[in-house]
Design a protein around this ligand. Structure first.
Ligand SMILES: *Cc1c(COP(=O)(O)O)cnc(C)c1O
Length: 367
């Protein structure tokens, strides 16, 4: 069976380096923030082409603090996509602001910039584009809308470490960008972790305080805040893995190009790449008219699949209070009904990728 992701294989290939990093953290008792986290912040900011990075304990915390540092709070509206992981919405809720959802562009699965423009009201404070599946959202029109209405732009880059938009890394395209290092993400910790990347010194300082009880240089808190600190162990392990991220993303793109060559032009082909972006294929979706059968057939051929996401966020029970319903966002609903994620992880062997390719050919023949 080919699993959807095979982290054990990745960790086996890095076993000595990961073990040495773990030993160093325990030896130095460098458990919370500390030198390894500071080094990772420096390196990840540089990787994204931004001057500041503030490490936190999850991607969700990163989104929460970036929104707070952008001044988002009760009474404000934040525009985001109806097709994302629920953490995007939850983070808006934590600030007390009201999520305003828009539909997606069906080619990129990212939020539709025209719909964003139409959703702006006097209460809008920020736009939260999600680089879903590793495909950057169309940032130029979104940035134009933000500039016109003086809104903050916070990128949800949890699935897009290393992706490029018009030659620029995600993480450097808005006021701040939020990454998750959940273990199965393109860059994954060995536990929970996240980071905010920004060009804005004030936001970086504010987020640095908010993650650590609001404490200023004297040791007293300036504001009521959170315990959202990254663990030293995660920083040390991420330092090992960051050196491999570009190589892993390259492998994902190679796998994706091979699947594209099989599916291209057919209705199954969903992972389209806009000409001005470099996709990092966190997820490789296909579109299925009869998804259950397709999923079963791939399983019979030894391939595990996942669904990202079965229900668009506006139809999830906890957000029924937003007042949306079936039909509110037709493209998000169609995507949720049709997509199926096939394995695209860098840990796949050439033989496994070929096995997946053959299974896709069979799927297309059977219809
Ligand atoms: C994973 C993910 C998050 C949340 O990250 P955590 O580290 O799990 O808190 C947020 N947004 C998107 C789009 C994600 O995929």
């Amino acid at each position: 069976m080919i699993p959807w992701v095979n982290l054990a294989r990745q960790h086996a290939s890095l076993a000595d380096e990961l073990a040495a990093a773990t030993v160093a953290v325990i030896r130095d008792c460098d458990f919370i923030l500390g030198t390894h986290v500071a080094e990772f912040e420096r390196r990840f900011a540089q990787y994204c082409g931004a001057p500041y990075a503030v490490a936190v304990n999850s991607g969700t915390s990163a989104l929460h603090l970036a929104l707070l540092a952008a001044g988002v709070g009760p009474g404000d509206e934040v525009i985001t996509t109806a097709f994302t992981f629920m953490a995007t919405l939850a983070a808006i809720d934590y600030t007390g602001a009201h999520p305003v959802l828009v539909d997606i562009d069906p080619e990129s699965f990212t939020l539709d910039a025209d719909a964003v423009a139409a959703a702006v009201t006097a209460k809008t404070r920020a736009i939260l584009p999600v680089h879903l599946y590793g495909h950057p959202a169309d940032m130029d029109p979104i940035t134009d809308i933000a500039r016109e209405h003086q809104l903050a732009v916070i990128e949800d880059a949890a699935q897009a470490h290393g992706a490029l938009y018009k030659g620029r890394k995600v993480g450097s395209l808005g006021d701040a960008a939020c990454f998750s290092f959940y273990p199965s993400k393109n860059l994954g910790a060995c536990g929970e972790a996240g980071i905010v990347v920004t060009h804005n010194a004030e936001m970086a300082e504010q987020i640095g305080k908010l993650r650590n009880w609001g404490i200023n240089r004297t040791g007293d808190p300036d504001v009521k805040a959170f315990n959202y600190r990254m663990e030293g162990m995660q920083g040390a392990l991420l330092n090992v893995k960051l050196s491999h991220l570009d190589d892993w993303n390259l492998r994902r793109r190679e796998h994706a190009r091979y699947y594209d060559s099989i599916l291209g032009g057919s209705p199954w082909h969903a992972a389209k790449v806009a000409p001005h972006v470099q996709h990092v294929h966190h997820v490789y979706p296909i579109r299925c008219k009869r998804r259950e059968q397709a999923q079963q057939q791939l399983l019979d051929d030894g391939i595990e699949t996942r669904i990202h996401y079965r229900t668009p966020v506006h139809l999830l029970k906890p957000w029924s209070d937003l007042g949306y319903g079936l039909g509110s966002f037709p493209e998000a609903e169609r995507a949720a009904a049709e997509v199926l994620s096939i394995p695209v992880s860098p840990d796949l062997t050439a033989a496994e990728v070929e096995q997946i390719g053959n299974a896709l050919k069979k799927l297309m023949e059977k219809g």
